[in-house]
Design a protein around this ligand. Structure first.
Ligand code: BYC
Length: 315
């Protein structure tokens, strides 16, 4: 069948909200876009374990420690579902990980910032997981079946993460003066990086238009960013804290909050490898991969031996 005709059938399916499955015909560019986005999403989940993992030994109580361990384990699970979903597109996990380690594949800019105090764990939950939910709930309706299905469980867990973060901040906001200051300081440092997580503004986003047509994305970067700011501006009043943006103001005509300018220079600097923790994060992943090589090798040998034994039994 001619390529053009196949493309027509493919786009018709998408327009009719019929999911694309691994064995269906798809344009090369659709496959490439999905591999890029899903692998970068998986890498973000795995790299995202590092700033939080940093606080497991210093969590202020057993309850906080148990919850944080569970959260960090959830992120590992999210990474694994997403790597598996991306593998259905014909790339191996080893190839994806090699692309992360060589710097070819990106991961979310947000994880290149340091976690300086316990309040940062609260701010990550409230703001970073809050931004993640805003971006990821629409991905449950992405046109590619394995991605959309993986996102359902991920979103349920992200929603628990967001609440645990908000609850940490709420506790601090009702605590001593020092705890209140710590809470505000964490919000001050995480606010703008969280706003940047949604990616470049629509006019500077090379992929949005095509991804919207393919219904991988259901909203543009700026639409999701605006929704996030509207929700957080209200939630921040419950904390009795302020958002570090002097221009944040309800606009009754637009029915949205207006907000100040985003520092895109900082964003691209971090995306291009020059953020405060880029080197530390990649080095940690490369080291973990090298140190875990013997485990993968042992698991591989064990699986082979088991298979051989079973084959001998059959013969
Ligand atoms: N950081 O045309 P655009 C999480 C890149 S996990 C770094 O708008 P697209 C969590 C973009 O990749 C958070 N790079 O692209 C985990 C592209 O570069 P390439 C991750 C960014 O794909 C653990 C270029 O800029 N979430 O939340 O249409 C604990 C142009 O951008 C960023 C996902 O991955 C960024 N922030 O839209 C807690 C969700 N933004 O690839 C929380 C799935 C943009 O051409 N991904 N870039 O070299 C998406 O929804 C989309 O890929 C994005 C970007 C909205 C991120």
């Amino acid at each position: 069948m001619a390529e053009e005709h196949l493309e027509r059938i493919f786009q018709d399916k998408i327009d009719e909200e019929i999911r694309i499955e691994p064995k269906d015909w798809m344009p090369d560019a659709y496959r490439k876009t999905l591999i890029r986005q899903m692998s970068q999403h998986a890498h973000s989940e795995i790299v995202g374990m590092l700033p939080e993992g940093n606080w497991i030994t210093r969590a202020p109580s057993l309850r906080r420690k148990a919850t944080l361990i569970a959260k960090v384990q959830d992120e590992a699970g999210h990474g694994l579902y997403l790597y598996s979903a991306a593998e259905t597109l014909g790339i191996t996990r080893e190839e994806m990980i090699a692309q992360l380690h060589s710097g070819k594949a990106k991961y979310s800019s947000i994880f290149n910032y340091p976690t300086l105090t316990w309040a940062d764990i609260g701010a990550i939950g409230w703001l970073v997981d809050g931004a993640a939910i805003m971006n990821q709930v629409p991905l449950c309706r992405a046109s590619y079946g394995p991605y959309a299905r993986a996102m359902i469980r991920i979103c349920k867990e992200e929603s628990f993460h967001q609440r645990q973060g908000f609850e940490i901040l709420l506790t601090l906001s009702r605590g001593s003066e020092a705890q209140k200051r710590m809470c505000q300081d964490a919000i001050n440092r995480w606010w703008w990086p969280a706003v940047m997580m949604f990616g470049p503004s629509d006019e500077s986003s090379p992929h949005t238009a095509q991804s919207m047509q393919w219904r991988i994305k259901r909203f543009t970067n700026d639409e999701l960013r605006q929704k996030f700011i509207d929700v957080c501006a209200e939630q921040c009043t419950i904390l009795g804290m302020t958002i570090p943006d002097a221009e944040l103001k309800w606009n009754p005509e637009k029915n949205h909050y207006d907000f100040g300018p985003i520092n895109w220079e900082e964003f691209w600097n971090v995306v291009n490898g020059h953020g405060p923790c880029n080197k530390e994060r990649l080095d940690a992943r490369i080291k973990a991969d090298a140190e875990g090589a013997w485990v993968r090798q042992a698991a591989f040998e064990y699986a082979n031996k088991k298979k051989e034994k079973e084959q001998r039994k059959v013969a």
